[in-house]
Design a protein around this ligand. Structure first.
Ligand SMILES: *[C@@H]1O[C@H](CO)[C@@H](O)[C@H](O)[C@H]1NC(C)=O
Ligand SMILES: *[C@@H]1O[C@H](CO)[C@@H](O)[C@H](O)[C@H]1NC(C)=O
Ligand SMILES: *[C@@H]1O[C@H](CO)[C@@H](O)[C@H](O)[C@H]1NC(C)=O
Length: 148
């Protein structure tokens, strides 16, 4: 909690620095906020996974992803308020619901650099995995976060 608060202060510092010096332009344009990019991969052979991402203010709708395909979205993180997007996943008779981005996820994958503002989720038969890099599906660095 304390560390995360410090991180937010760092974000604020980076943003304030942008007024006085040059600022690295991220690929997603966010005004005075931190750009985040979330990508969700289907790592289950021959499956079609239904993904439904929502936040308090947004409903991103239903999307189907198939093996080796992905669904992605981006948003601008408000420095003051916590960001929370959750999602419902289903395939066959299996369901799972979890937060695809929240303070905890940001802490696990985060850092204070713009370059670190990516979260990758991999849906596999035994559960869902998180990474801060796009990795091969069989890479052991994927972190198991929960089960179907
Ligand atoms: C996926 O489907 C293909 C073609 O229908 C089949 O040959 C293959 O065995 C299936 N793989 C799995 C893991 O179910
Ligand atoms: C996803 O796939 C299911 C089953 O094939 C289909 O009924 C549904 O309409 C699809 N949803 C979207 C958003 O394409
Ligand atoms: C994110 O990156 C850091 C530093 O490279 C690494 O220690 C950490 O395990 C990574 N987290 C995930 C979930 O990949």
């Amino acid at each position: 909690m304390g560390i995360f608060f410090t991180k937010k202060l760092c974000y604020l510092f980076i943003i304030l620095s942008c007024f006085t010096s040059f600022c690295v332009t991220p690929s997603v344009s966010c005004f005075l906020t931190i750009p985040w990019f979330i990508q969700i991969y289907d790592g289950i052979p021959n499956s079609t996974i239904s993904v439904h991402v929502k936040s308090k203010d947004d409903d991103l709708g239903f999307h189907n992803i198939t093996y080796y395909n992905s669904y992605s979205f981006h948003f601008c993180e408000n420095v003051i308020h916590s960001t929370l997007f959750w999602a419902d996943f289903s395939y066959g008779s299996k369901f799972v619901h979890f937060n695809v981005i929240d303070d905890k996820v940001m802490e696990i994958i985060g850092g204070i650099l713009f370059a670190k503002s990516h979260a990758y989720w991999l849906m596999k038969e035994d559960g869902y995995y998180l990474s801060n890099k796009s990795r091969a599906y069989d890479d052991p660095s994927w972190m198991l976060m929960g089960k179907w």
